[in-house]
Design a protein around this ligand. Structure first.
Ligand SMILES: Cc1cc2nc3c(=O)[nH]c(=O)nc-3n(C[C@H](O)[C@H](O)[C@H](O)COP(=O)(O)OP(=O)(O)OC[C@H]3O[C@@H](n4cnc5c(N)ncnc54)[C@H](O)[C@@H]3O)c2cc1C
Length: 475
């Protein structure tokens, strides 16, 4: 292979695949087919954390089960790939999320968006937060905006604006259910930049949220009416498979090929694989988890490697269970529930999958999916199947009153798979970017840096492809 025409992408998750797709597209738009693009993936399959399986008429998501429509990049990619008909809104536009507190499930009061109250009446009727806590929440518009511009933990931010009880009963379990994170160490600026902006612009989250609700655009006609969460009818894996299919003619995909290390020469990189091959590239995109990327670049940049290691990861597992509706006592009238840490349970969150989505379980069956592990209970992920399933089943019995045996239990373990944006994350990423710029055509992309979910990862891949093409054509 001629080194000056080779672009190499390491990692075949959504980040690596979307980068390959946008590179191919960008080069075609420029009318040039001058580059060889190779994508190298360690495992036997593409998609990384995205994994869909079918079992006896059930459709099970092992990793992500949806993306946010508010962040437009994944949606735009799906439409570009011809997946409009595949887009799957939730069954209800905004299903109730419950919080398990003091022995029962309480609905999150209507109008509470993430943790911000936007309506008074439902808050008055609510059973989750004490009167003292509600009063503290109601004071939010009068809390002065923060003057310091330094980063702050999510916990301190919520405590300051909405009070301790909202942190304990709403913010903590919600972020554990989404990011598997610990609010005491999470960066508010990196994880919820909109909240910081609302505080700075409107002086209050309540006022900011109300303003946002008034100004949010209505969906375009003739398009699938979209809900906040969107999935794909035949599962999230369809996005991966369609991307792989779309790039297959112009991108060489090497599966079962783990990269061991990268060496840097004056104007190119030599990528050494575990099976003893050397791949030569003039431009390199590293789309592996940050701790893997750290070991890959260590040979030519110790500092970059060290900084990459400061992005912590946590492990999680999802446990999907199918039930016969006959004898199944719970109505599952919502999207599911979250469990505050103070409750001391195994389950962090549970999605009532067959209530949230169509096309996930046969008519007479129910499917639910529990989420365990994370920043506080990572050890659960290493437990053997049976004892782990037993703990989860016990929680479901106590929380939902389910006494029937599941038809099946499927456990998916995700070791060191979820990056944590801890305090100072933005500064760390900025230092990482500066170090990368010192190297010729070296790019890091993926969920570790500039956005955790699928949509942000797709956006970052698109930006990476554009930057790479600009660099190549500047030469
Ligand atoms: C349980 C779980 C649930 C989630 N739920 C949601 C959700 O509902 N919505 C949402 O938006 N996001 C969700 N996320 C986050 C989402 O999965 C990520 O944003 C996204 O999948 C990250 O993609 P990535 O390509 O950056 O990383 P990955 O998916 O981790 O891909 C990295 C790839 O690199 C490969 N690799 C590793 N080492 C090497 C090597 N040495 N050589 C070659 N290849 C290598 C890996 O095998 C892998 O395929 C969830 C994550 C998890 C773990």
């Amino acid at each position: 292979m001629e080194k000056d025409k080779n672009i190499l992408i390491i990692g075949g998750g959504i980040a690596g695949l979307s980068t390959a797709y946008y590179l191919k597209k960008g080069l075609e738009d420029r009318g040039t087919g001058c580059c060889n693009i190779t994508l190298v993936e360690k495992g036997p399959r593409l998609g990384g954390n995205i994994l869909t399986e079918r079992l006896d008429g059930f459709l099970i998501e092992g990793g992500p089960d949806c993306f946010l429509s508010e962040k437009p990049w994944a949606l735009a990619l799906c439409r570009e790939l011809g997946l409009e008909e595949e887009l799957l809104p939730t069954k209800m536009p905004s299903g109730t999320t419950y919080v398990f507190s003091e022995g029962k499930l309480h609905p999150l009061p209507e109008g509470v968006i993430l943790m911000v109250p936007t309506r008074i009446l439902p808050l008055l009727r609510d059973t989750l937060i004490s009167w003292r806590g509600k009063l503290r929440m109601a004071m939010e518009p009068f809390v002065p905006r923060r003057r310091q511009t330094t980063d702050e933990s999510l916990a301190d931010f919520v405590r300051r604006r909405l009070g301790e009880e909202v942190l304990r009963k709403i913010a903590q379990p919600l972020v554990a259910g989404i990011h598997a994170g610990d609010p005491e160490t999470m960066s508010i600026r990196a994880s919820f930049p909109k909240f910081v902006e609302m505080e700075q612009t409107h002086g209050s989250l309540v006022r900011g949220m109300l303003h946002r609700m008034r100004t949010t655009r209505t969906p375009q006609k003739n398009r699938t009416t979209l809900t906040m969460f969107v999935s794909l009818k035949s599962g999230m894996q369809t996005l991966v498979d369609t991307l792989a299919d779309r790039i297959k003619d112009s991108v060489t995909i090497l599966k079962n090929t783990a990269v061991e290390r990268v060496e840097k020469e004056t104007d190119h990189y030599v990528v050494k694989t575990e099976d003893g091959r050397s791949l030569i590239a003039c431009a390199l995109v590293v789309a592996t988890p940050a701790w893997v990327s750290a070991s890959l670049v260590k040979g030519f940049d110790e500092r970059l490697s060290g900084l990459l290691l400061t992005i912590p990861y946590v492990s999680t597992a999802t446990i999907s269970m199918g039930f016969d509706k006959k004898g199944f006592s719970h109505p599952m009238d919502g999207f599911g529930f979250v469990v505050p840490e103070v409750e001391g349970r195994t389950i962090m969150a549970c999605t009532w999958t067959s209530s949230k989505w169509d096309a996930r379980a046969p008519q007479d069956k129910a499917l639910l999916r529990c989420f365990v592990g994370g920043a506080k209970r990572g050890e659960l992920v290493s437990m053997k199947d049976e004892p782990l399933a037993e703990l989860v089943t016990k929680d479901l019995r106590d929380i939902m009153g389910i006494h029937t045996r599941p038809l099946f239990v499927r456990i998916y373990r995700w070791h060191r798979a979820m990056p944590q944006y801890t305090i100072g994350h933005m500064e760390r990423v900025s230092s990482i970017e500066k170090l990368c710029e010192k190297h010729h055509a070296l790019y890091l992309t993926g969920s570790a840096y500039r956005g955790i979910g699928i949509s942000d990862t797709v956006r970052d891949a698109q930006t990476t492809a554009e930057r790479l093409i600009n660099t190549l054509f500047r030469q």
